[in-house]
Design a protein around this ligand. Structure first.
Ligand SMILES: C[S@@+](CC[C@H](N)C(=O)[O-])C[C@H]1O[C@@H](n2cnc3c(N)ncnc32)[C@H](O)[C@@H]1O
Length: 386
């Protein structure tokens, strides 16, 4: 076949791969972009939640679904378990305290949702085996993960460490009230689809995703469902006039479902976010939408579609309410810095505890509690029958 400079299909494979890499780093996955464009052309503007669901979770081309997703230092963002293994050790300490408070039952179930590479689960299992063998013997570990490629990765990570681990695709597979132990997530809820709204002089308007001059753009319109306004009524705070805000209806629905799974124990949620009164303020006129690509952040979700992460802060007031309605009691809402100190991170900071063996940069340990880094995440503990 002769080479036509205007038709990449005629180019040699190396040149096509180079073009693909350039597209991934600028506009995103061409198949996904075409699919979203076609959907808007056929059905009209999409809610931002629908757009975010396609960008992150499309079964073939979504950011979290494609097998080439890179995590940690190689990837786009660093979560606490990817930063330093002391994080998993301290979560394990939390679990050991809870297990003992529950009367050291013979079976203690931990459900971890959205486990990424499985790093946290592996750290928990290793620390439990070495420091809390009684807990390790009682531990049953369920991983709930939507992405098949990440499930496979977690299975590889846990093969040699976790004696008793199982995988589920969705929380729906867990019978209500059946979990006796802890249901936990780290940076899951900030990656769930959100609607976007803007407060105007005439009330809330939704920001849809439309096409303008052939490019994706925000398109204001009436609210797609009454639950959006209800969300703000229930948390008791409205965004100030002119401000944009995200509405995490899916996050709250997920959390309610998680609360219902718990029979006895703690629902532990670690994420970026604030109580409602700190989220919808004139200091955040553009909302909290943030995209991650190779450890840089930007506020443009219409770039690198399918190749950058999209996040929005969690409204912890909405979660607390949902949990309480489902029969849970709030034990604490604090920063990750406060929470890790309460579990004894000083022992690592002052060198008394050196688990696991090996050299770990001190700056990574500090990042777990630094207020400008991961220390600012919030940790919500809600309990049932404790
Ligand atoms: C930002 S990553 C966090 C990974 C990990 N917890 C960590 O701290 O490194 C979000 C994870 O949640 C998963 N996920 C997204 N929606 C989910 C859902 N509804 N149920 C379970 N997992 C989900 C993603 O596939 C991914 O594994």
């Amino acid at each position: 076949m002769s080479i036509n400079p205007n038709d990449p299909n005629t180019w040699p494979e190396a040149a096509r791969a180079l073009l693909r890499r350039r597209e991934y780093a600028t506009t995103g996955r061409p198949e996904l972009i075409a699919l979203i464009r076609e959907r808007i052309e056929a059905q009209g503007p999409l809610s931002f939640a629908e757009f975010m669901r396609l960008a992150l979770y499309h079964p073939e081309h979504g950011y979290y679904t494609t097998p080439d997703l890179r995590f940690g230092r190689e990837g786009d963002f660093l979560t606490a378990p990817e930063t330093h293994p002391a994080f998993g050790a301290l979560v394990c300490r939390f679990l050991a305290r809870l297990w003992s408070r529950m009367g050291a039952p013979a079976r203690f179930t931990v459900v971890e949702a959205g486990a990424g590479t499985g790093a946290l689960a592996a750290q928990i299992w290793r620390y439990a085996a070495e420091r809390h063998p009684d807990l390790a013997a009682a531990l049953e570990y369920l991983l709930v993960e939507t992405s098949p490629s990440l499930r496979a990765r977690q299975q590889r990570a846990l093969e040699a460490v976790a004696a008793n681990a199982r995988w589920l695709e969705s929380l729906e597979e867990i019978p209500p009230g059946s979990v006796e132990g802890c249901l936990l997530s780290n940076e899951l809820l900030d990656a769930l689809p959100v609607h976007r709204v803007q407060m105007t002089a005439r009330g809330l308007q939704e920001l849809y995703v439309g096409l303008g001059d052939g490019e994706f753009c925000d398109l204001p319109g009436p609210l797609s469902m009454p639950e959006i306004e209800q969300f703000f009524v229930q948390v008791g705070v409205m965004p100030p006039e002119g401000a944009i805000a995200e509405v995490g209806l899916e996050g709250v629905a997920w959390y309610r479902q998680a609360a219902l799974c718990l029979g006895r124990g703690v629902l532990l949620t670690i994420d970026y976010g604030y109580p409602a009164a700190e989220l919808y303020t004139p200091e955040r006129p553009r909302g909290t939408l943030l995209c991650y690509y190779r450890h840089t952040t930007n506020e443009d979700p219409y770039r690198r579609i399918g190749t950058q992460d999209i996040t929005a802060h969690v409204d912890f007031t909405a979660l607390e309410r949902a949990g309480e309605e489902a029969g849970l009691q709030t034990r604490a809402l604090q920063t990750q810095r406060e929470w890790l100190h309460s579990l004894g991170i000083e022992e690592w900071l002052d060198g008394r505890e050196r688990w696991p063996a090996g050299e770990w940069p001190r700056r990574d340990l500090i990042a777990l509690v630094h207020p400008g880094a991961l220390g600012r995440l919030r940790v919500l503990e809600q309990a049932k029958r404790l």
